[in-house]
Design a protein around this ligand. Structure first.
Ligand code: TPP
Ligand code: MG
Length: 319
């Protein structure tokens, strides 16, 4: 319980508050890159990453903020990057969709849907050849399971007995298209993994305690068997696919469905549990104040930082 109090709750709140800050000032047009927000999906990123070691490796894609922060990625470097500033994690050249923090084990994000799946499997293969026990976690969306490379990567991972944890965040949509117009209703995402011979589970990703439990089990399976594992988590994004706004007026998602998920918010669920404890209200206030002050100072600094100078135009970013 202490872990939920001290680590998980503040981590989830911080991710939510950073993204809400982006929402509140994006219209200033100083952040000039597209942003894909994870508001509503924080339970999966936080729960999974809380069980990884610092040196373990995480791959994400276009919707990367929550994974980057949950893995311990540097907040300043992320916000500077979104503002296109030289001190950003890729020198202001990549923006929100190209986050990286190698010190935190967060490998470069790439927004071509599905592209980081084979890269992550390749890194896991390299680590096997180097004979270390690092685990590579690959976060992927339901949409990426429709890329051919998803299947090639799963096949290779199981064939070579690689230490890979695949984590599918099934938020039921790829942009505006729901799963049922993209895939036969007879197939399930977890079923695809199982068809490749990979074990796994499917569950509600908004229950962070359960995400932690499932991740623990998955990691011990990987370590014991040196085989990949597949976690499918159902979750929901609250704002539009890309950008800070609400796009419910487009009516591609039913009101009933949206409300069902809003009523199952991962942070509210955790707060309900923690509220039984003495002084929770005071604790919550204190944390919010602390996070707010960090966020405000980082965003202020980001605005005042300089843009990359032309001398960086041809520089190698990771070398
Ligand atoms: C190969 C490729 N096709 C299309 C796109 C455009 N695109 C960007 S995100 C996205 C949706 C991906 O859906 P999903 O994997 O479920 O992730 P989510 O956005 O729901 O988190 C699409 C189609 C792209 N970036 N790359
Ligand atoms: Mg999706």
């Amino acid at each position: 319980m202490k872990f939920l109090f001290d680590k998980i709750y503040p981590a989830m709140l911080k991710i939510r508050m950073v993204e809400q800050k982006i929402v509140s000032i994006y219209q200033e047009q100083e952040m000039r890159c597209p942003v894909h927000l994870s508001i509503g999906q924080e339970g999966v990123a936080t729960g999974v990453c809380s069980q990884l070691k610092k040196k373990d490796i995480v791959f994400s894609a276009h919707r990367a903020h929550a994974h980057y922060l949950a893995k311990g990625g540097n907040l300043k470097k992320m916000i500077f990057e979104i503002y296109g500033k030289e001190k950003g994690c890729v020198m202001g050249k990549g923006g929100s969709m190209h986050l990286v923090d190698l010190n935190a084990g967060f490998f470069p994000a790439v927004p071509i849907v599905g592209s980081t799946i084979p890269i992550g499997v390749g890194v896991a293969f390299a680590n096997k050849m180097k004979k270390n026990s690092l685990i590579t976690t690959i976060f992927l969306g339901d949409g990426s399971t429709e890329e051919g490379v998803f299947h090639e990567s799963l096949d290779f991972a199981v064939l070579k007995n690689l230490n890979v944890l695949f984590v599918c965040e099934n938020n039921f949509y790829s942009v505006y298209s729901p799963l049922n117009v993209r895939q036969s209703q007879k197939r399930s995402i977890l079923g695809l993994a199982k068809a490749h011979g990979i074990s796994g589970t499917r569950s509600n990703g908004n229950l962070v305690e359960d995400v932690i439990k499932k991740t623990k089990k998955a990691l011990s399976f990987i370590k014991k068997n040196n085989k990949p594992y597949f976690l499918e988590f159902e979750t929901y994004r609250y704002v539009e696919h890309c950008g800070p706004n609400n796009d419910d007026h487009l009516k591609y998602r039913k009101k009933k469905e949206i409300n069902k998920w809003l009523n199952n918010d991962p942070i509210n669920i955790l707060e309900k549990k923690l509220s039984n404890y003495q002084n929770f209200k005071i604790y919550k206030k204190k944390i919010i104040k602390k996070i707010n002050s960090e966020i405000n100072s980082v965003f202020k600094e980001a605005r005042n930082e300089r843009f990359p100078s032309s001398k960086y135009l041809s520089m190698h970013l990771y070398g």
